[in-house]
Design a protein around this ligand. Structure first.
Ligand SMILES: C[S@@+](CC[C@H](N)C(=O)[O-])C[C@H]1O[C@@H](n2cnc3c(N)ncnc32)[C@H](O)[C@@H]1O
Length: 270
């Protein structure tokens, strides 16, 4: 296919109801993301420039381009543009309070009694730009010191490759420092100076715990074998915090919070 040079302005026809509906179905089918009717203007705004840069002149032409065979990368780019990535450090404080007041104590006790190993694996499924897994990394390192023999591992996944790049870079505007408790800020975060002034970066200690990967929770099969995966629903369903520990065949699930923004956070011991 011949594309215009990106600088050439292509007149784009406004999206029609029918075109929007086709994108709604496609995006829901692939990623489980429901675009409400009032998101039509948002979709138009997020895609228009990209469609023009491709040298296409309508949303219909773009739709055909996306679904054409061999356009998997374009589908990923479309999903990148429609995903909503709002997140904060220590978002939903009640989840963190719950972990500290109920869950961690039990883990310490069962490890001390030799019932469970000193091993914690956590999955932040829909991790956005990393604030969630880095918050958990700070919390875990504080409560379960590695020098005391604790093995900590965080798996952080998201649909959006664009947002995963940000998460892996682990650099945020320093204004976000106010979301982080002072003791963690001092211990785990680096403040930029010189050309990096105004920025904040995650320190090596918390970065070393986290492995990032693209994963679509809507896929039938995940490209990983993870014991928690059956317990994690689509991110749009606001699971809240879900903590799971395996005890042979019996499992205990904690669902401490009212529906909240941390879409799917799964923690496993042992
Ligand atoms: C609103 S953010 C929430 C981030 C973080 N969990 C928090 O609570 O702060 C939702 C994230 O879920 C991701 N997401 C949406 N649909 C997804 C899917 N099907 N598979 C994986 N991630 C998805 C989005 O890309 C976005 O980064």
């Amino acid at each position: 296919m011949m594309h215009n040079h990106p600088d050439i302005e292509t007149a784009l026809q406004p999206i029609t109801e029918q075109e929007f509906s086709r994108f709604q179905k496609l995006i829901y089918g692939v990623a489980g993301i429901h675009l409400a009717p009032h998101k039509k203007a948002l979709l138009e705004a997020r895609l228009s420039k990209h469609i023009r840069e491709l040298g296409l002149d309508s949303f219909d032409a773009y739709y055909k381009h996306v679904v054409a065979a061999g356009q998997d990368d374009e589908l990923v780019r479309l999903l990148d543009r429609v995903s909503t990535n709002e997140t904060h450090f220590f978002r939903e404080p009640r989840q963190f309070e719950f972990l500290e007041s109920r869950v961690f104590e039990e883990w310490r006790e069962t490890a001390a009694a030799g019932i469970k190993p000193k091993r914690i694996r956590l999955w932040s499924a829909g991790c956005s730009s990393g604030e969630e897994p880095y918050s958990i990394a700070m919390l875990l390192l504080d409560h379960f010191p590695q020098h005391n023999g604790w093995e900590l591992e965080i798996f952080a996944t998201d649909l959006s490759t664009r947002i995963l790049d940000k998460a892996q870079a682990a650099i945020w505007p320093v204004v976000k420092a106010k979301e982080i408790p002072e003791k963690y800020l001092q211990r785990f975060m680096l403040r930029g100076t010189g050309s990096q002034d105004g920025k904040m970066k995650a320190g090596a200690e918390i970065r070393s715990l986290i492995q990032f990967e693209r994963l679509n929770l809507n896929d039938e099969r995940y490209p990983i074998a993870h014991p928690c995966h059956r317990a994690v629903d689509r991110p749009s369903s606001a699971l809240g915090l879900l903590v799971r520990r395996s005890r042979g065949k019996s499992e205990r699930h904690y669902r401490p919070c009212a529906p909240c923004h941390a879409d799917s956070l799964s923690i496993e011991r042992g």
